[in-house]
Ligand binder design. Structure first.
Ligand code: ADP
Ligand code: MG
Length: 157
């Protein structure tokens, strides 16, 4: 696990861009953080980096958005789901390991047993100052260890 801070919204957006520049189709981000943490901002930066032109919003009501960029981005929000069975109903498993695109799952901690085994876990928390955020990154699984270490280096130095 490594940790960094952003000091304003723009830096969180840029962090999203940085992750997008490093990631490849078939990879997954688990994006945790309370309401107002900055998850949408991160995804907006991420999508912009992959040349998504449409507007990126929280999929809270439709549960999943698909953005077309350099590759598809499957953007899930599990906030409103209550039962594991609902994941099936919304087609979660059809996309959650999509080899052609990048999957971003918000509120993953609600369903820890239903998530892809290989993923980048990112948690955004409030910092000490109003516009500061504490961002933890952890790797789930071993497959993307090299990329994870590259990201660690580029984020910390
Ligand atoms: P979420 O999707 O997690 O609910 P949003 O991205 O929609 O959160 O909103 C984050 C809010 O916090 C925005 O209003 C943004 O301007 C504000 N903010 C302040 N500082 C930061 C920061 N360092 N990183 C991200 N957002 C920040
Ligand atoms: Mg949001």
């Amino acid at each position: 696990m490594f940790q960094m801070k952003t000091n304003n919204p723009e830096q969180t957006y840029q962090l999203g861009q940085k992750f997008a520049a490093a990631m490849k189709p078939g990879m997954t981000i688990l994006l945790e953080g309370d309401l107002g943490a900055g998850k949408t901002l991160f995804v907006q930066g991420f999508a912009a980096q992959l040349q998504v032109k449409e507007q990126v919003t929280s999929p809270t009501f439709n549960l999943m958005n698909i953005y077309q960029g350099d590759c598809p981005i499957y953007h899930f929000d599990l906030y409103r789901l209550e039962q594991e069975e609902e994941l099936d109903e919304i087609g979660f498993y059809e996309y959650s390991e999509a080899p052609d695109g990048i999957v971003i799952i918000e509120w993953p901690d609600k369903f820890p047993d239903c998530l892809p085994k290989e993923a980048f876990y990112i948690k955004i928390e409030l910092g000490e100052l109003p516009d500061q955020r504490k961002i933890c990154v952890a790797l789930k699984g071993e497959t993307h260890k090299d990329l994870y270490e590259e990201l660690e280096t580029s984020c910390l130095y």
